[in-house]
Design a protein around this ligand. Structure first.
Ligand SMILES: Cc1cc2nc3c(=O)[nH]c(=O)nc-3n(C[C@H](O)[C@H](O)[C@H](O)COP(=O)(O)OP(=O)(O)OC[C@H]3O[C@@H](n4cnc5c(N)ncnc54)[C@H](O)[C@@H]3O)c2cc1C
Length: 394
């Protein structure tokens, strides 16, 4: 261990400056707490910058999950205004190409009115985005969904927090041990200074790196697994602009607002029979536009405790074919490819279905992991629930 020691005091110490960690830091500041954030890297480079930037509130099922999503939306609006972050309020457009897809969309449109989702004719869908409408049977627009630029959003939030004199952001600082009230870490940028933070509340948000946590934070936990996603950045055909996030019937068997409906069983069975190459690889199509016009296209889902380092070309070929079909072009020109990883609940273990796993390994300490790949959407609202629990004295 290095000898030089930096000692900091805070009301809340957050580990991890991805979306989940920053959401907790922001919520802690809302409550007037002094905050220290420790982040292992010199900038967040995990799932929080590798995603679509799609705040898909309408993807959450009716009831408490949708309420959480809508509270998260309120927080996003409030924080974006204060932090000078652009939120694109264009919603999600999901197109249906078959009657079973339209049946799911119709059921979703008729469900909880708070979602404000509306069933559209193909012509109406074509007015929202320049898509070919031949072969569409309808579409659903959920106008409350928002979008951020995933490549800059968390950095901007961190920068905004950094300007607050009651926040100390410690980049290149890795978490070591935690005991109730004391966090030990060390810097990794050359000097290897020991950092000790005294804080009665500690929120650990390690993303998919849960296995690097000290034993006292992980003792007795059900194992998680990890999910790897393949993603692409492509040029927009003929420089077209697509305001809403775009999805197809494939997304209806993935997001719980649709996947959990009785109408979805028939669609799932058909897709499994007709498109096994997509279903086996967990492929569904989501397309969002970056501020410069390029499109983010994804994604696939491969689960393993130790993920291979290598992308599968077949997945990219399938994704590009689905995207080209949706956008009505022959081919798309790829500019970038990347992999994203998030933690996921292991098959057969408890907790499946809940978007977050929260554990309290020590008094005043919480480990918070988004295990459903929806942390950009929900973390802003969920952080309030976690801090309520810690403040209640657990
Ligand atoms: C490809 C992809 C697409 C997605 N699309 C969407 C989307 O459109 N909408 C949506 O809502 N969600 C989406 N998600 C999910 C969303 O991105 C994640 O749920 C969210 O970003 C998780 O945030 P996080 O802070 O938990 O994790 P991360 O962003 O991975 O951040 C964790 C941070 O903790 C730090 N850390 C870990 N261990 C330590 C340690 N010991 N000491 C110090 N620091 C540590 C890491 O360095 C990292 O910066 C997507 C995910 C992926 C992978």
């Amino acid at each position: 261990m290095p000898d030089v020691l930096t000692h900091l005091k805070a009301d809340v110490c957050v580990i991890g400056a991805g979306m989940v960690g920053l959401a907790h830091a922001i919520e802690a500041r809302r409550r007037g707490f002094r905050v220290v954030v420790l982040e292992r890297d010199s900038a967040a480079v995990g799932a929080s910058v590798r995603n679509f930037g799609h705040l898909f509130f309408a993807s959450q099922p009716d009831g408490p999950a949708l309420s959480l999503a809508l509270r998260s939306r309120e927080r996003w609006l409030e924080v974006a205004g204060a932090a000078g972050l652009t939120l694109i309020p264009a919603g999600t457009l999901i197109v249906a190409r078959a009657e079973d897809e339209l049946a799911v969309l119709a059921a979703a449109a008729a469900a909880e009115p708070a979602r404000r989702a509306r069933l559209l004719t193909p012509i109406e869908a074509g007015r929202l985005a320049p898509l070919p409408i031949d072969g569409l049977s309808g579409a659903l627009h959920s106008p409350l969904d928002l979008r951020v630029d995933p490549r800059t959003a968390v950095a901007r939030l961190a920068h905004w927090l950094d300007r607050d004199p009651e926040v100390t952001l410690c980049w290149s600082t890795t978490l070591g041990a935690v005991s109730s009230g004391v966090v030990e870490g060390w810097t990794t940028d050359g000097a290897r200074t020991r950092v000790q933070v005294t804080a009665p509340r500690v929120i650990v948000c390690p993303g998919p790196d849960y296995r690097t946590l000290a034993p006292e934070l992980a003792a007795g936990l059900e194992p998680l697994t990890r999910c790897r996603l393949q993603m692409l950045r492509v040029g927009a055909p003929a420089g077209r602009r697509y305001a809403p996030a775009l999805a197809t019937g494939l997304s209806l068997i993935r997001y719980p607002a649709f996947a959990d409906r009785p109408e979805t069983a028939a669609l799932r069975a058909r897709l499994e029979a007709e498109r096994p190459e997509l279903i086996e690889r967990g492929i569904h199509l989501l397309v969002t536009q970056l501020p410069d016009g390029d499109l983010i296209v994804g994604d696939s889902h491969t689960y393993a405790d130790t993920l291979t380092a290598f992308g599968e070309e077949t997945i990219d070929v399938l994704l590009l074919a689905e995207a080209a079909r949706l956008l009505g072009v022959e081919r798309l020109s790829v500019r970038e490819r990347w992999l994203g990883v998030y933690p996921s609940v292991a098959a057969g273990s408890g907790g499946a279905g809940a978007p977050f796993r929260v554990t309290a390994p020590l008094g005043g300490v919480r480990v918070v992991e988004n295990v459903a790949g929806i942390g950009m959407t929900l973390a802003m609202g969920f952080a309030a629930e976690v801090l309520n629990g810690v403040e209640a004295g657990g």
